[in-house]
Write a protein that binds this ligand. Structure first.
Ligand code: SF4
Length: 290
């Protein structure tokens, strides 16, 4: 069996910087708690816990002197909330997420109605919308939701994408809004890392040598799930968190496995999966075709 990795996969700059900031903080003797998973990867979260950085679900739960805001960002009001509780903030919000915060505030100030394409329960999207007047925005996940709204009542509309979306899935909904209101503009806010990982995942799945694709990432990682959605339309694909999730039955008759990984997956887990797959080959003897 051979293993082929996607040309681009895994940790993005935003996640790398967040991970590095927290490790530096710990190395300098800092004590803090992380609001929500620092990145959506259970193994990274476990590693942070080992380093003494526990994950909490609310600012009220923090008993340490410092609260860490993750790469996904938080509503602006959380900064004030933390300050009022006497907490210092270690802010690891990705710069691309901050771009959307800034641009959506600008659009709102210009009198535009905001549309966020994405998951209303995802922390990144909560960060954009939590402090807003509910009448000033919509969050959409389906074409049907877009069709249920009269967009012509708004003087102007600006559409933003959650940074890790597969925009193809939302094209129909966005076109519907544009057709309903000519004063609609879209901001291309899907981040470069997501685009590159998605393009490379598609290419990997289309590679005629690849029989099966394994997509590695956290259970709660939206961008990992989108990679799987892309590859599974082209090639049999499985979402795994690590080597332990691989069912040997998937590999029957497979001679080449494609590997890709979400933006919150450390390289060490990709290496672990590849080593496991190559180990299976060695255990079952030499490849008779080589
Ligand atoms: S996936 Fe993109 S937006 Fe999210 S942390 Fe990484 S670089 Fe930033």
């Amino acid at each position: 069996m051979r293993v082929k990795r996607a040309e681009k996969y895994g940790f993005c700059s935003g996640v790398r910087i967040a991970d590095m900031k927290v490790r530096k903080f710990v190395a300098s003797g800092g004590r803090g708690a992380i609001l929500g998973q620092v990145v959506h990867n259970e193994r990274v979260v476990e590693e942070m816990e080992r380093l003494g950085m526990r994950t909490v679900n609310a600012i009220e739960e923090v008993t340490e002197p410092v609260i860490v805001f993750s790469a996904h960002g938080v509503p602006e009001s959380y900064h004030e909330h933390a300050r009022l509780r006497g907490l210092q903030v270690l802010d690891t919000t990705c710069k691309f997420v901050y771009d959307i915060h800034r641009e959506s505030r600008r659009a709102l100030a210009e009198g535009r109605h905001l549309v966020f394409m994405g998951d209303p329960n995802h922390r990144e999207v909560i960060g954009y919308t939590h402090d807003l007047d509910p009448a000033s925005y919509h969050v959409l996940t389906t074409r049907e939701q877009a069709r249920a709204i009269d967009w012509s009542v708004y003087p102007a509309i600006e559409i933003f994408y959650q940074t890790t979306l597969n925009t193809d899935d939302f094209e129909e909904a966005v076109r519907f809004i544009e057709a309903s209101n000519p004063n609609t503009s879209r901001a291309d806010t899907v981040c470069y890392a997501t685009k590159e990982n998605q393009q490379a995942a598609r290419k990997l799945a289309e590679d005629p040598e690849v029989d099966l694709v394994l997509v590695i990432g956290g259970k709660h990682s939206a961008n990992t799930r989108h990679l799987w959605e892309i590859t599974s339309r082209i090639r049999p694909s499985y979402l795994i968190q690590g080597a332990a999730d691989i069912d040997p039955a998937w590999l029957k008759g497979v001679s080449c496995v494609g590997l890709t990984a979400g933006a919150s997956t450390p390289d060490s887990i990709v290496d672990e999966v590849e080593t496991f797959l190559l180990g299976l080959t060695e255990a079952s003897g030499p490849d008779p075709s080589s």
